[in-house]
Design a protein around this ligand. Structure first.
Ligand code: ADP
Ligand code: TZD
Length: 590
């Protein structure tokens, strides 16, 4: 199928006829644009090459990646940042499978995303006659997506895209798959009929108002608490109701713990932020209000030793309030005494207005004993960390490098911050304070490696801010070629590789004494900075905090694509960072 705007000379009657027709390609573009979607992350090829060209011609931002998985991660985080479904566009079978990882990631993390994949001819696929890139993609996508649809007729494209948008953003957001067989794009349709078939989705993510009884139940429980705690999750960040959440925390005076991607909803330096006293407040709290956070592995399932339970499955005695849009989330791990089901904006507003109605402007603050104990613990830990950060060992280690990163982020609070790795993730999360909402984006619910460069591209495109990425050298494995994507679009991205010669560390040895290095070890002294130079970006090799600081400052000043190879002591860090205990063999060794 060629471009419809073929500039071959034609009679005016022919032009008139052509203008009155539209086709599948055009309807996909028109339907997306009609719904305010102006960016596509993808990789061209049969049958979607013309779609990428025509999307660009129609004024959409069409960002081509070097691998679909990275494009998919970009789309997923664009969805998180914008509340609009991020679009990933791939070719059939292998391209689709490469994008599928990100689709599952979006569903798992509650990010709105639509994976659109071209597919082969239905009649050949269904009879398994061996078509080019034959695969029953819809069937494969279904278990990994919140919803999955196939469109066979051009006049149904509008409905297909409307359903996909609604499914992605309403209720608990997630990943949606849209299957477009090759023939669909070439189908032509009367232009007027085509226009009429499109749907501009009205109120795609409707408010969900919590019940008055549920609001009262939650507040009664909160009021009874002697040691209350609020936990903010990435659902709270996604909801974009930052002022209301700040008001709730400050009005109640309750210490809060931000989950990784909720950091910065209130500045991490806020007096009620209990991050530095995490291992004190979790077992110590008697009533915990979860706002957009699940009691999954990241919160030790709400039980066990982390929560003061005697053994790993024992309840710590906390009573929980859970604010969540999903009515099925409560009781997933432990009993939730007060589920508050609704969108976070409506729930937090309802809590605030009910608090105001009952207590005038003075909601009772938590007992001073609890607040003082939390503050004491926190201040002690902050002071201890300050001592560690002040050291300047040779070689540079995670702490001395992160001391620099911490300063740079403080000086550039609007910069987007991407982070992946094991030690490179855990140390960064606890050392680098965030000051504004939705700035920190990272490995999320799965603890997945490979999101880094896709996130960098989407963060730069969706927010137009400077992007800083802190990457473990192994975390960066799946990302190398996206440096070309970053350079091609000249994005203001500064990637810092914490290079410690391997997965977790670079010190393992092959116990057989054979020629192969240990499975966790990489080439020693690799120069990742040379990779970006191949594409015209700026490469910096930094062996000291001073060199790292200079490199980062220059990257931010110039806004040039930059990669800093930060050489870190290969003996620093621990196996799997803070989740060593999840390794079956490591647990046995302990
Ligand atoms: P974290 O990893 O930060 O703890 P999770 O991904 O586990 O956060 O939890 C996010 C929760 O937020 C999910 O249970 C999801 O249903 C919920 N959520 C997402 N968006 C909203 C919203 N707008 N209103 C209410 N809850 C939401
Ligand atoms: N593959 C994928 C897709 N996700 C994963 N989480 C892993 C593998 C396992 N894994 C981790 O959980 S962290 C990590 C891997 C391979 C890399 C750790 O090494 P690093 O970080 O160099 O990135 P540090 O700072 O050296 O610990």
């Amino acid at each position: 199928m060629g471009n419809v705007e073929n500039p071959v000379a034609s009679t005016s009657a022919e032009v008139q006829l052509r203008q009155e027709m539209t086709d599948g390609f055009q309807l996909v573009i028109d339907a997306l644009k009609l719904n305010g979607i102006d960016t596509i992350y993808g990789l061209p090829g049969i049958p979607i090459t013309d779609l990428t060209r025509r999307a660009q011609a129609a004024g959409m931002r069409m960002l081509s990646f070097r691998h679909e998985q990275n494009a998919g991660y970009a789309a997923s985080i664009a969805g998180f940042l914008t509340q609009k479904p991020g679009i990933c566009l791939t070719v059939s079978a292998p391209g689709f499978l490469n994008g599928l990882n990100a689709l599952a990631h979006a569903t798992t993390n509650c990010f709105p995303m639509i994976l659109i994949s071209g597919s082969s001819e239905r009649e050949i696929v269904d009879l398994q006659q061996g078509d080019y890139e034959e695969m029953d993609q819809l069937a494969i996508a279904k278990p990994l997506a919140k919803a999955a649809f196939r469109v066979l007729h051009a006049e149904d494209i509008g409905v297909g895209i409307a359903r996909a948008i609604r499914a992605a953003v309403s209720g608990r957001p997630g990943g949606v798959y849209l299957d477009f067989p090759a023939k669909l794009f070439a189908q032509s349709l009367d232009a007027e009929a085509g226009r009429k078939s499109l749907i501009k989705v009205v109120d795609p993510a409707p408010k969900q108002i919590p019940g008055a009884d549920a609001v009262k139940r939650a507040l009664d429980l909160l009021k009874s608490a002697k040691k209350p705690l609020i936990i903010l999750g990435k659902g709270a960040a996604y909801a974009q109701v930052d002022t209301e959440i700040k008001a709730l925390i400050e009005k109640t005076g309750i210490p809060y713990l931000p989950m990784s991607m909720a950091k910065g909803l209130l500045p991490d330096t806020h007096e009620l932020c209990a991050s530095a006293a995490r291992s004190f407040v979790l077992p110590g709290a008697d009533v915990v209000m979860l706002i957009g956070a699940r009691l999954n592995w990241l919160l030790s399932h709400g039980k066990g030793k982390t929560w003061g339970g005697k053994d790993h499955k024992d309840w710590g005695g906390q009573r929980f309030i859970q604010v969540d849009i999903s009515p099925q989330e409560a009781d997933s791990n432990v009993r939730i005494d007060a589920p508050l089901v609704g969108d976070i904006g409506s729930c937090v507003s309802a809590l605030l207005s009910e608090m105001g109605r009952n207590a005038g402007s003075s909601w009772p603050k938590p007992p001073a004993e609890w607040l003082n104990a939390v503050a004491e613990k926190k201040n002690g830990n902050v002071a201890k960390m300050a001592e560690t950060l002040a050291k300047n060992p040779t070689p540079m280690n995670f702490h001395s490098a992160l001391n620099v990163v911490r300063d740079i982020v403080k000086a550039n609070p609007d910069a987007m911050f991407v982070n992946e790795g094991a030690n490179a993730l855990d140390f960064t999360r606890s050392i680098v304070d965030m000051y504004k909402p939705r700035k920190r984006i990272d490995v999320g619910t799965w603890g997945i490696m490979g999101i880094g460069m896709g996130y960098c591209v989407a963060a730069a495109v969706a927010t137009r801010q400077q992007v800083i990425a802190i990457e473990g050298d192994s975390a960066f494995d799946r990302d190398h070629l996206q440096l070309e994507t970053i350079c091609r679009y000249n994005l203001p991205v500064c990637v810092v590789i914490f290079n410690n010669n391997g997965v977790y560390k670079g010190t393992d040895i092959n116990p057989t004494g054979g020629p192969d290095v240990a499975p966790t070890v990489f080439v020693k002294g690799a120069r990742y900075d040379k990779l970006i130079e191949a594409f015209g970006g700026v490469g910096v090799n930094a062996t000291t905090p001073a060199e790292l600081r200079k490199g980062m400052e220059e990257a931010i000043r110039s806004r040039k694509p930059t990669l800093i190879n930060a050489v870190i002591d290969e003996t620093a860090g621990t196996e799997s960072g803070r989740i060593t205990s999840l390794n079956p063999s490591a647990a046995k060794k302990k």
